[in-house]
Design a protein around this ligand. Structure first.
Ligand SMILES: Cc1ncc(COP(=O)(O)O)c(C=O)c1O
Length: 407
């Protein structure tokens, strides 16, 4: 491009002009949105660790004025994530919950109503009920897999959006995305899908008529337990403009360094999701056959109650397994305290296998009756299967499930 060191980068020229429509998912994961740095030739989009940007004249800038509004490293990640979901627009945030907060503040006013899946991430419930409730927003949590319950909730009040998580965290209950989009749209509501648990590698909500896709990029998108982050993706420019405005107004943008780490992590999301699913299937079969496991839920197994829906809308089972051990809560806690390779930790979606107790950890802030109604029983253990050899994970679980230890 003929630039010299120190010369100002022309981002318009530098943005990769990859043809999004003609490349496969794995190619897009590596290349979409990358900025080929014309100053140095650096292959990776640099970390633009800057607060502000020199302007040529008043009103004449290169699209960046202040890093709370936009930052080139974050923009590169946004282009890539939009391409991977098959959409045009994306805004990235400091955490997944910051993305959910921006979504709510962009779309809701006092008096507005939201319908959400009964089993969603506990932080989503806390935000809607405890933070937005006092501002006059009402949220109803229903079994969105139950068409009748969904239609009844939508008929009761004018609803701005339906928020679903499928599979839901931690029960792995599925919601039919295409059907829910149709029902939501008939009522004039938007459909928002939290696609964190599967990523676009395994599930494509926009092909099923979702309006907004949300991710906690903290999980499988970045994939290495190295960052927190979130994003909102849409095909609708007017919605995107509202998200961008709100993000700037509340100051919730992601910082350049975690955006850069996420740009590296997401390169392998297709490979990782395939391997996570293969490993999880092997481990789920082991757990299902184990005499001390009383209940096991994994969407990739035929025994899963919504196996047919899983086959219809996701390309494999994903990394998450939910199960209960004979002996209830105490036995579950003993199991989690006995694992050695699996880490007892609050997160999911990383290369390392993580084990979590929903009632005392991720969903501790959800009131007990609401947890029970959502199927989050007190003994439910969530396993986020990583990329270790599955036989090593099985041997760890086997020793932790040993009767003499956990009985
Ligand atoms: C499905 C889902 N959505 C959203 C979030 C919130 O993301 P973050 O922890 O990045 O704020 C989480 C966190 O666990 C989650 O599991």
């Amino acid at each position: 491009m003929g630039t010299t060191a120190g010369q100002v980068i022309d981002f318009e020229d530098a943005v990769s002009n990859l043809n999004i429509d003609s490349h496969s998912f794995d190619t897009l994961a590596l290349h979409a949105g990358a900025v080929a740095d014309p100053t140095t030739g650096a292959l990776l989009t640099p970390i633009y660790q800057t607060t502000t940007y020199r302007q040529e004249a008043v009103g004449k800038d290169k699209g960046y004025t202040y890093s709370r509004s936009a930052n080139p490293t974050v923009s590169a990640l946004e282009r890539r994530l939009a391409a991977l979901e098959g959409a045009e627009y994306c805004t990235c945030y400091g955490t997944g919950l910051a993305a959910t907060t921006a979504l709510c503040l962009a779309l809701l006013q006092a008096g507005d109503h939201v319908v959400a899946s009964q089993a969603v991430y506990g932080g989503t419930v806390r935000l809607l009920q405890q933070v937005l409730g006092p501002f006059g927003v009402t949220a109803e949590f229903v079994d969105t897999a139950d068409e009748f319950a969904l239609r009844r909730a939508l008929a009761e009040k004018t609803t701005k959006f339906v928020f679903i998580e499928t599979p839901a965290n931690p029960t792995l209950k599925l919601t039919d995305i295409a059907k829910t989009a149709r029902i939501a749209h008939e009522s004039g509501a938007l459909l928002v899908v939290d696609n964190t648990l599967l990523t676009p590698a395994l599930q494509r909500p926009f092909d099923l008529h979702a309006d907004v896709v949300l991710h906690s990029t903290t999980k499988f998108i970045e994939g290495h337990n190295a960052t927190v982050g979130g994003c909102l993706i849409t095909r609708d420019q007017a919605l995107h403009d509202r998200f961008s405005f709100t993000r700037n107004a509340i100051g919730a943008i992601q910082s350049p360094f975690p955006a850069w780490l996420t740009l590296q992590g997401v390169k392998t999301v297709g490979l990782r999701m395939a391997q996570h699913s293969n490993n999880a299937l092997v481990i789920a079969r082991f757990l299902e056959a184990h005499p001390r496991v009383t209940r096991l839920l994994y969407p990739g197994l035929e025994s899963f109650p919504q196996f047919e829906l899983a086959r219809k809308q996701q390309t494999s089972g994903g990394a998450l397994i939910a199960f209960e051990v004979e002996g209830g809560v105490d036995a579950g806690i003993r199991l989690m305290n006995s694992v050695r390779l699996c880490a007892l930790a609050e997160n999911l979606g990383s290369a390392e296998t993580l084990i979590t107790h929903a009632a005392s950890m991720t969903h501790a802030d959800v009131p007990a009756p609401q947890r029970q109604a959502a199927g989050i029983t007190d003994g439910l253990v969530r396993l986020s299967v990583g990329l270790e050899d599955p036989l090593d994970v099985i041997s760890d679980l086997n020793q932790a499930l040993d009767d003499r230890r956990a009985a």
